[in-house]
Design a binder for this molecule. Structure first.
Ligand code: GLC
Length: 694
């Protein structure tokens, strides 16, 4: 049986230059005036066409009317659900539940594949340390190790086998690379960092995606090491295709090949096409520079056809791997079976439950259902915001709001918006205060509207928008318990909200089952288990502020005369209704060879009357190295389930290779020396130990 690459090589020998270039061309939503281009084999892919009849129609042209009958590859952004919306990715990451995250991705892709989408521009695996950047919502936070595990889980989910035995879709690790390092958190801005930081912090989740078999990559808008990613030989050919031996293909981000002109690296579209081709971008998303100029470039320099052959082979291999030649069409009846089906909707609820992070609880939660509630704030009855950024085909009509969930639960409550989510001049604060004055408790919905995060939705201030803080201050004067639900797309600087709330939950933009999951947690039907994957700063002036910062020469010195450097909430932090006690960290061996594993056990006891889940985290510090190493780094974790009053002994086994680092000459080394170890509930507390690599 010929392999995909063998079939691709055989097909390549039959292809004209026009047909080869056609495979490297992707245009936007299918416009049927491009039928001729499909017929002539001059387009290989479309993006964002989410209509199975249209996809089948244009696929039929390719399969029946073109000369070589090469199937089209239809791509789209299924970032956190297709029609059934899941929590935004950064919220899902707060579950630290890799199986659930994988299942969320698989369910989302199953729905999208029913519309003929067989390539997903996800997972977004950009490490993000700057919450001003709107796209922090789309990833898995600030830690390379956790980001790598979640990248693998999402690749597994998106590329899970479908009914025909082929992967549901090709996943796409994006945005390669270091897009999250944009200066000032301003999207598309300059990214300037050392190769050492690049390799230590930003590359690991992408390498993990390659190790998990991701079928495509997307080059990013930004420059890296002063060269735009979509013309960057170092990142694409030296690292990705060279060191990592990646055998899938690279698509540019939207028109980012042509944008190297704006970067000042090329002076016209022809030279931008040449820059993209030479650097290893295999497919041009939407700009048309490959469609318009590759042929003339080959006519001038025949050798370039070898680069084109490599790109086309990569693309064809993936199309064979997806089974598109055998199964180019999608059964239009499939969508009735899979879209918004019971199992998928239930999965959105399971994911939402574990994405919520309890940040404060002054012995108030869980609530009893007999209390008279005032549901106040702009998001209690807002079906749009829970869909979040990149909502794909998510429809607000499907959202269960907090109001709806309260009604479904038969709760005794009144509701008032109190203020607009954004416009400070639009508020009904007094009306809300009057209404709340007759109730026992206040449940306050504050935060960011759906369109305040995601692509190019960056913020210079991370406070509560509009008159939300004034609303909280006014309600506080009633001296009633206040439970604040934060509908956030990113970490927010809300110290006064924390101080004035008796309980606070980060509920993010939680998707279709938002209200149900929130209500289950408020009333104790579900015990919250989420933990933060991004540091929450107290103020924007502290940014960048992340837990795994490097060691410095004067760690005890103050950093600002007007603020300390403590965050509002730390990476890995999250409360539970249970109380987990850590004890007995027992190292199997403390002196280890380079081929050993670091093995230890930890006792964790659920000192409460309710079942719960705990995310046990393992951090280490390299005490002596040739470069400045982080003060602390996550190296393992386990999310464990506990019955009430249950004691568990958890075992960890970590390969010593995981404690290696890049030396000043960029060699990855595993060095002898001493290491500190912490095991605990977050990045700021735990039982300490140590070990030595000899
Ligand atoms: C956008 C985004 C990218 C997305 C692509 C296609 O500009 O940067 O993440 O996959 O275009 O929609």
């Amino acid at each position: 049986m010929a392999t995909s690459i063998q079939k691709a090589k055989r097909l390549l020998t039959k292809m004209t230059l026009d047909e080869k270039i056609g495979q490297m061309v992707q245009f936007g939503r299918i416009k049927l005036n491009e039928k001729n281009l499909v017929r002539e084999g001059k387009i290989g892919s479309f993006l964002n066409s989410r209509n199975v009849a249209l996809v089948n129609e244009v696929q039929r042209i390719a399969m029946e009317q073109s000369r070589l009958k090469i199937p089209l590859l239809i791509g789209s952004d299924i970032i956190h659900g297709y029609v059934s919306t899941f929590p935004i990715p950064v919220a899902e990451a707060c579950s630290w539940n890799l199986d659930l995250i994988e299942s969320s991705a698989k369910h989302a892709m199953t729905e999208a594949a029913a519309d003929g989408i067989r390539w997903n521009f996800a997972p977004m695996v950009d490490i993000a340390r700057d919450p001003r950047w709107g796209r922090i919502a789309e990833g898995a936070g600030e830690d390379p190790y956790l980001g790598a595990q979640i990248a693998k889980a999402r690749v597994r989910g998106f590329q899970a086998k479908g009914k025909n035995g082929y992967p549901l879709a090709a996943a796409c690790a994006k945005h390669f690379v270091a897009y999250g390092g944009a200066e000032g958190g301003r999207d598309y801005n300059t990214v300037d960092m050392s190769e050492h930081v690049l390799r230590t912090t930003y590359l690991p989740p992408f390498k993990a995606a390659v190790d998990e078999g991701v079928m495509s990559f997307m080059s990013s808008f930004n420059d890296i090491l002063s060269v735009p990613s979509s013309a960057n030989d170092f990142s694409l050919r030296q690292v990705l295709k060279g060191e990592w031996r990646f055998d899938g293909f690279v698509v540019s981000d939207w028109e980012s090949i042509e944008e190297v002109i704006a970067h000042g690296i090329a002076d016209d579209r022809t030279s931008s096409a040449l820059a993209g081709l030479k650097s290893g971008v295999d497919m041009d998303m939407h700009s048309g520079v490959y469609h318009d100029h590759l042929k003339e470039l080959v006519i001038k320099d025949k050798k370039l056809e070898l680069l084109i052959d490599d790109s086309v082979l990569r693309i064809l291999k993936i199309k064979y791997d997806l089974g598109l030649f055998e199964h180019p069409y999608t059964d239009p009846n499939l969508r009735d079976e899979v879209i918004l089906n019971k199992e998928t909707v239930e999965m959105t609820l399971k994911m939402a439950r574990e994405s919520i992070v309890l940040l404060k609880n002054e012995a108030l939660l869980p609530l009893s259902k007999e209390q008279k509630i005032a549901l106040i704030g702009p998001f209690g009855d807002d079906p749009h915001t829970p869909i979040g950024c990149w909502g794909a085909e998510g429809n607000h009509k499907n959202t269960v709001t907090v109001k709806m969930a309260f009604e479904n639960a038969g709760l005794d409550f009144v509701i008032a918006q109190g203020c607009d989510s954004i416009d400070p001049k639009v508020e009904w604060i007094q009306e809300a205060v009057d209404l709340a004055s007759h109730q026992d408790i206040i449940i306050l919905t504050l935060g960011e509207r759906q369109d305040m995060s995601g692509e190019n939705n960056n913020r210079a201030f991370l406070d509560l928008p509009g008159a939300q803080l004034e609303l909280l201050r006014a309600l506080k004067k009633l001296n009633k318990p206040i439970i604040t639900l934060l509908f956030n797309g990113r970490p927010m600087t809300i110290p006064e909200t924390v101080e004035k709330s008796d309980a606070l939950l980060a509920v993010w933009h939680l998707g279709l089952s938002s209200g149900t999951a929130i209500t289950e947690i408020l009333f104790g039907d579900v015990n919250p288990s989420g933990k933060l994957v991004t540091t929450f700063p107290k103020t924007v002036g502290q940014i960048p502020l992340y837990y795994n910062h490097k060691r410095t020469g004067r760690p005890k010195f103050r950093r600002y005369i007007d603020c300390d450097e403590e965050p509002l909430f730390h990476f890995g932090f999250g409360l539970s209704y249970s109380n987990f006690i850590y004890d007995k960290l027992i190292m199997k061996k403390s002196r280890l060879g380079k081929k050993d594993k670091l093995e230890f056990t930890i006792d964790v006891y659920n000192d409460s009357d309710i079942d719960g889940q705990e995310i046990v985290q393992v951090y280490y510090r390299d005490l002596l190295a040739q470069v400045t190493r982080p003060v602390k780094e996550l190296c393992a974790f386990e999310k464990a389930n506990f019955k009430a009053h249950q004691l568990k002994t958890l075992s960890f086994s970590i390969p010593i290779s995981q404690f290696g680092y890049y030396d000043p000459e960029m060699n990855f080394i595993i060095e002898k020396g001493n290491f500190a170890l912490w095991v605990g509930p977050s990045s700021i507390e735990g039982i300490a130990s140590e070990f030595t690599i000899r």
